[in-house]
Design a protein. Structure first.
Lengths: 163, 571
């Protein structure tokens, strides 16, 4: 099953490779991983999307907690949570399909953020599933590039990950 | 006063009470060696290979309750140390390994003797640091010792570039007295509700079993374990890493369990109704095939300081995360507070069953053979040393025979590489043990394969007068490999025969030691007696043993605990 794991960790050199190394050493999956400093620059917040049985997810959270640089770990998907991913898609500009592309972008609440004479770039945020749906709704032959950030997540209401 | 980085490192070691450092100098650590030279509180032991330095520091740590310290240079110094570091990591041994690094300005330029120490050691340390500022050295070393020794112990590497140890950069020295880290707070106390629940389950058990591992040794909990097991009258087994955690000569001890465990220990593991696991991790060499293990229902209580050791291979019904000594202490209090006792009739029946299993005498071997049986040598060593020696071992058949036939009554007497299974561990580890225990008898049980993996340390033993007694069980085969080839590969002995062995007697003599060759069973005991009389000499005893002897019982890889082979007749 798909899980979203949120980690608060020391913003130290090498902290990312400790987490990434743990996943590869123990054979866990990483679907996506995002990391950036929080409002307190001494800490980073990481979101990992992974999959596995309940036993494996339990081991993943325990092993993450064992890393000295890791301050806190929660499995967001254990409770209510919000998840967002940003995608930039650069598509070929062709006269006839141009209006259709604009329409699909509007339906998905995306925005066209850059236009040149040959292509334009669409920005879309949402859950991973929504971004997948957008990609399958447009003609693949028009896509020049797809850039996705991977999911970031936050728990709803009182589910707060902080020290 | 402002000090250089090298001065700070040495002062930190002094502040930590470090008396001995095992190491090998090189370009990147010359400033550190220069500072070591100027003082005499921290004594340095010059090994002959960095692997030996780390194993020696490891043996030092295992036989005491101290953090072992090694010092190596950059590049090959570090890569040579990696086997030692991983060995310590797998067995949760507290070490601080200080490594030199090329100067900060050269890092990343493929400089001479440069390697990515932090990257290479990341998967085999509890934690590691690259210090980039002389001002950070003291705090980093404080953290290193703290992390190594607390929680589930382990090795910590501190990588220090050469330029920040040079006298051109200085910093105010103040060694922190204590330390707290927001990201590292090991649990000590177990949950009282869980402990209460565990006590009730144990009291209601009809076929109880206590299974204790290396956590009892590292967690200083041997006396608590012994008190606990005796107060309940339960059977107790130790893992390879836990030997000495419960006295082996006690009637309630059913021997080691696992792949080469006793029949009674494995059968009791399989058929108990309540299993208390203490500081152990149900690894593949201990319970064999987990599916087979689960064919029998039982309630499992699992105490461990490391939550990730619980429910990794085997689900626990009552997990208790905490320091094993604390938790056992609380459990003992719980049991004292209640008037209840386990059902004596059920317990007697269970013991009757266990005694029946014990009656199989699974460790019997041919005592009339004209060839030296390796088991006989270990038994004789036990007699000659009155069971009170520190025994290190290498890896293979001799290691299993040592574990089976030397009855350890005390913790920290049995020093072996259990998790990683590192051949070459025994001799350097024995150096560390002897240095830490300067009046004790120290024996290294080894084989002609393993001993050659770190044989160069015979030279270190000469320089520092380590009178280790090497018991070489020489069967001219890589015995454990040969045993598996016999059983699983139709006796195709691919590359397991050791041809062109050195003359170990002359080799020992060349290093300045005493060598003995023993070829007849009747000479085994007298040779050992004579060797241990030579109090101040290292004696290399080359026992020419039966080439065909195998380690029994055996649970083959992938099999279940009750599917033991008890001898060649079961093949």
């Amino acid at each position: 099953m798909r899980h979203i794991i949120s980690i608060l960790l020391e913003n130290e050199a090498g902290a990312l490779s400790r987490v990434a190394g743990l996943f590869s050493a123990r054979g866990y999956n990483i679907e996506s991983l995002t990391v950036a400093p929080t409002e307190d620059f001494s800490m980073s917040r990481m979101t990992i999307v992974t999959s596995g049985s309940d036993d494996i997810i339990e081991q993943i959270t325990k092993q993450l907690n064992k890393l000295i640089d890791v301050i806190k770990v929660i499995d967001l998907s254990e409770g209510e949570h919000i998840e967002r991913e940003l995608m930039l898609v650069k598509v070929r500009e062709t006269g006839r399909d141009r209006a259709e592309m604009k329409r699909v972008t509007d339906i998905f609440h995306g925005r066209i953020i850059d236009v040149t004479d040959k292509d334009y770039t669409i920005e879309l945020t949402g859950t991973g599933a929504k971004l997948d749906a957008f990609l399958s709704a447009i003609d693949h032959s028009m896509i020049l590039e797809t850039v996705r950030t991977g999911a970031s997540g936050v728990g709803r209401g009182d589910r707060i990950l902080r020290i | 006063m402002e000090l250089s980085g090298a001065e700070i490192v040495v002062r930190c070691l002094q502040e930590e009470g470090v008396e001995h450092v095992f190491g090998y100098p090189g370009g990147a650590v010359l400033y550190l060696y220069d500072e070591l030279f100027k003082q005499d509180k921290v004594k340095h032991i010059l090994v002959r290979h960095e692997q030996g330095a780390v194993h020696a520091a490891d043996g030092y740590a295992r036989s005491t309750d101290k953090v072992g310290v090694a010092l190596v240079t950059s590049g090959p110094g570090v890569t040579n140390a990696v086997t030692g570091i991983t060995t310590a990591y797998m067995d949760s041994i507290p070490l601080v390994v200080i490594a030199g690094q090329v100067p900060t300005y050269a890092i990343g330029e493929d400089a001479f003797q440069e390697c990515d120490t932090v990257g290479i050691t990341r998967p085999c340390v509890k934690h590691n640091f690259l210090v980039k500022d002389v001002k950070d050295i003291a705090l980093t070393i404080k953290k290193a010792f703290y992390i190594a020794a607390t929680g589930r112990p382990g090795p910590v590497v501190v990588d220090i570039p050469k330029d920040i140890t040079a006298p051109t950069q200085k910093a105010e020295f103040k060694y922190p007295q204590s330390i707290t880290m927001r990201s590292y707070n090991p649990v000590v106390k177990g949950d009282s509700g869980q402990i209460k629940k565990a006590a009730q389950i144990l009291l209601a058990a009809r076929r109880p079993m206590v299974y204790a591992g290396g956590g009892v040794i590292q967690g200083r909990a041997a006396s608590e374990l012994t008190e606990f097991v005796r107060s309940l009258g339960f059977p107790c087994t130790n893992t390879l890493m836990g030997l000495g955690g419960y006295p082996a000569t006690d009637q309630q001890f059913v021997g080691m369990l696992g792949m080469h465990g006793t029949y009674e220990a494995n059968m009791a593991m399989q058929h108990c109704d309540v299993l208390l696991a203490v500081g152990a991790r149900f690894d593949d060499r201990v319970i064999g095939n987990p599916k087979h293990f689960f064919q029998e229902p039982r309630t499992i209580i699992h105490i461990d300081i490391d939550p990730s050791s619980i429910a990794k291979r085997v689900k626990a019904d009552v997990p208790i995360v905490g320091d094993v000594r604390e938790v056992l202490g609380d459990l003992i209090q719980q049991l004292k507070a209640t008037k209840e006792k386990p059902d004596p009739i059920a317990l007697n029946q269970w013991w009757a069953q266990i005694e029946q299993w014990r009656g199989r005498d699974c460790l019997k071997y041919d005592r009339t053979s004209k060839l030296i049986k390796p088991q006989h040598v270990v038994e004789a060593l036990y007699e000659v040393t009155k069971g009170d020696a520190f025994v290190t071992s290498d890896v293979g058949q001799h290691q299993m025979w040592a574990a089976q036939y030397y009855k350890f009554d005390k913790p920290r007497r049995w020093i072996n590489s259990g998790g990683l299974g590192t051949m070459g561990f025994g001799l350097p580890a024995a150096m560390g043990v002897r240095l830490a225990n300067p009046t004790a008898d120290v024996a290294c049980i080894t084989g002609e394969g393993s001993i050659q993996m770190c044989i160069q340390e015979l030279s270190t033993c000469k320089q520092y007068h380590f009178p280790i007694k090497i018991v070489n069980l020489n069967n001219r085969y890589l015995g454990m490999v040969r045993q598996w080839q016999q059983i699983d590969y139709s006796s195709r002995y691919s590359e397991s025969y050791m041809d062109a062995l050195p003359d170990f007697i002359r080799l020992a003599e060349a290093y300045g030691h005493v060598g003995m060759r023993i070829e007849k069973p009747a000479d085994v005991e007298p040779a050992l007696q004579e060797a241990f009389k030579l109090k101040d000499r290292l004696v290399f005893m080359d026992f020419i043993t039966d080439q065909t002897e195998n380690v029994w019982p055996m649970v083959k890889a992938g099999k279940g605990l009750s599917e033991m082979l008890l001898g060649s007749e079961d093949l």
